[in-house]
Design a protein. Sequence first.
Length: 298
Amino acid sequence: MLNPKVTIGVCVRNCQDTLGKVIESIMAQDYPHELMEVIFVDDGSEDGTLSIIERYVAKMDMQVKIFHHKWRGLGYSRNVVVNNAKGDYIIWVDGDLLITNNYVSTMLEFMEKNPEVAIAGGSYGMLNQRSLVAFLDNVEYVAYRYKSGTNLPGTGGAIYRVKAIKEIGGFDEKIKGSCEDIDVAYRVIRAGWSVVRDRALFFAYGKKTWEECWNHSVWHGYGAHYIKHKHNQILLLSRFSPLAALIGGVVYAVTAYKVIRRKLVFLLPLYTLFKNLAWWLGFFESHIKGYGHDRIKG
């Protein structure tokens, strides 16, 4: 059996509605399947996520590993992938993310040509969805790509050089909200590596309901509080003010309209403000609980 060149890391929790299509997009890759492995990590799902994984594994012609544990957070789950990966690279495919059939080959080609790069993010594509919330969720990310293409990528759709991630000690398992990816990105930059974006396209299912969107933003704010105390110099809270969110929404709406020509995009300012208020709720909840207060800056 050949050693895989790339590991696909699929860290999921309660993703039964989208996971099947996600796995099918992995199975459709044009990169040689004998040089790929897939590591599934189920972080304590309470729905049918694990059974869907097990059902698809029987159809896959790649090396596959499955890990399942009670809820431990994304930092812990991603380290399970890092510590068990045989590949030189890890591509993170979330449970709501679809990759084009040349995604793996395109990302690998880029990393092989750029040995100084530790992390390369992909590019958001527009997925046609009926829900207004899902539409605005997608539009925001697509506009963000066109307007802020140099900003740090998250883990979703990104390719990580395993050597670089192990060099900095992997993911911070104390992070219980989001931002485990931002933490890693800053640490690899401080270690002398580059973090960039590539042209490879992926598509993400947007949040289906306002409640789901709200809860997800609260989760982001909760994790951001920890990051503020760990890396105080990188989190300027003024950038996350409601006014900044409203202005950013206007800018993104104008950008998005130039790309897709749909008037619904002008609801983006209200959408970004809605998410911002939820973000601050999560941030203050984290502050009240003292989450991150024990962190030493730097």
